[in-house]
Write a protein that binds this ligand. Structure first.
Ligand SMILES: Nc1ncnc2c1ncn2[C@@H]1O[C@H](COP(=O)(O)OP(=O)(O)OP(=O)(O)O)[C@@H](O)[C@H]1O
Ligand SMILES: [Mg+2]
Length: 460
């Protein structure tokens, strides 16, 4: 299967060259990068279909590039290359979103096979997406579903803020409540809509890489910076930059961002001239920033600067009234997607869904409806179609205190451990399971000394 473009990211020149040559012989267009930042450049400029990613790069780990690369192009297929044969490494790579995994030394027969299969998969994915793009509605206020008083307030606020295209906006709310969606609606429903919308997840990149992604760098700013490069703030000129998970940004970068917000100018890494850029900053976080400030992890002055307009998306369980509308919407959506006749849902099933706690919020609801529509043979969805849902909500009648009492801390410690295990070590998800935020669970992990034995790579 020729024609596909493959980016080979490998710092060992000889190996990179021989892999690239083999793939060229097989009919692929091949690009090469020797560093993490060059890889991001190439990916942005050339849009490769397939990326072979070495684990150890001079300026970062391959696995840390997976998230930003996927953000640039969710259809591109990522294959990790590494000499590290441990299962944990493979698991971490897969979890981060790699599709496959090749050991070193590279077996060229195997390489060719894996690449061919991956190239076929990409072509398919791109075809499906192109088909969908023809039908998909652009982001409008109507793409935010919900008629609860809370969501009406959110939509009114969004409408007002979209019209004032210069103010900075902070979007808060737990995972899966629609922060990304709200940011896109803000951009696409305002006067900046015909300019770029660029987003970056602050927790996905090591500090130095995030800095040069955002602010750009000058030629020679670091050893392998052979050319200067514009960062997102310059690329998005006139548009919007969405900083996701801002709560994870390092203090040094927070200071640099604050300066940009105050003066509308910044410097590239290694640069000494001030550059002006007119972009709106939208930031989002599922962390409780006042708590992060108290813990000296977030700058108070930056918080007040970002906090000019805050849009807080409440957890789904606090607006259960929106659940029927969302369910109808997703039933319709997935029936169309799976080419099924329009389906319905029984009152009992709807009741069941309304009684759930939805720790994963709208994202989780969407996944649950998708699975039910896909697997059910019925025209009307019944409670049986949602069996995988753990019935929960407030524990029936509360937990009764045993006559002899309990050891509260022990119980707490045990619950935190269980939640971490169920979340595969991911602290954010474990916190959601307990109805806590990340700072609260971190505090307990430290207090009880649980952290070290969990798989450290599970967290974002
Ligand atoms: N009110 C809503 N109406 C329709 N779809 C929604 C709504 N809220 C969220 N969604 C959908 O739910 C999914 C998750 O939303 P989104 O990615 O915006 O969440 P998030 O708050 O950014 O989560 P995270 O903190 O994990 O990044 C998306 O598919 C989004 O389109
Ligand atoms: Mg998000």
């Amino acid at each position: 299967m020729g024609g596909a473009t493959v980016l080979v990211v490998e710092d060992e020149a000889l190996l990179r060259w021989s892999v690239a040559e083999r793939l060229r012989e097989a009919g692929y267009t091949v690009l090469e990068a020797g560093t993490a930042s060059a890889a991001l450049d190439q990916a942005r400029n050339a849009g490769p279909d397939l990326i072979l990613l070495d684990q150890g790069l001079p300026d970062g780990r391959g696995v840390d590039l997976i998230a930003p690369l996927r953000e640039l192009d969710p259809d591109a297929v990522l294959i990790m290359l590494t000499a590290d044969a441990r299962v944990e490494t493979a698991v971490a790579a897969m979890r981060a979103g790699a599709h496959d995994y090749l050991g070193k030394p590279v077996n060229f027969e195997q390489l060719r096979l894996v690449v061919r299969k991956a190239a076929e998969a990409v072509v398919l994915k791109r075809r499906v997406r192109a088909l969908k793009a023809g039908q998909a509605a652009p982001y409008t206020f109507d793409s935010i579903i919900g008629d609860s008083p809370a969501m009406r307030r959110v939509k009114q606020l969004l409408a007002r803020v979209a019209r004032s295209p210069s103010s900075t906006v902070l979007i808060t709310g737990p995972s899966g409540t629609g922060k990304d969606l709200a940011a896109k609606v803000l951009h696409y429903c305002g006067p900046r809509a015909d300019r770029p919308f660029m987003n970056i997840t602050c927790s996905a990149l090591p500090e130095t890489l995030l800095e040069s992604e955002l602010f750009g760098h000058e030629k020679g700013a670091f050893t392998d910076a052979r050319q200067g490069r514009k960062g997102l703030l310059e690329q998005a000129e006139g548009g919007t930059v969405f900083l996701d998970e801002i709560g994870e940004m390092s203090p040094a970068l927070q200071a640099k961002l604050l300066r940009f917000l105050e003066e509308k100018t910044f410097r590239r890494v290694g640069g000494n001239t001030d550059i002006k850029s007119d972009v709106r900053i939208i930031a989002a976080t599922n962390r409780n920033l006042p708590e992060a400030i108290a813990a000296h992890q977030f700058r108070e002055d930056l918080y007040y600067r970002l906090n000019v307009i805050t849009i807080d998306l409440p957890p789904l369980r606090e607006r259960a009234g929106d659940i029927p509308l969302l369910v109808y919407h997703y039933i319709g959506h997935f029936c169309r997607e799976f080419a099924k006749p329009p389906g319905e849902i029984s009152a009992e099933a709807l009741q069941l869904l309304q009684a759930c706690a939805w720790p994963g919020n709208v994202r989780e609801l969407r996944n649950v409806v998708e699975r039910a529509v896909l697997l059910s043979d019925r025209h009307t969805l019944e409670p049986e179609d949602f069996q995988a849902l753990a019935p929960q909500g407030p524990i029936e009648g509360g937990i009764r205190l045993p006559p002899g009492g309990i050891h509260f801390e022990e119980l707490e410690r045990d619950l935190v451990k269980q939640a971490l295990a169920r979340a595969g070590g991911n602290q954010t998800r474990a916190a959601d399971l307990l109805g806590m935020n990340r700072d609260q669970i971190r505090y307990r992990i430290e207090k009880f000394g649980i952290g070290d034995r969990q798989h450290g790579s599970g967290d974002r």
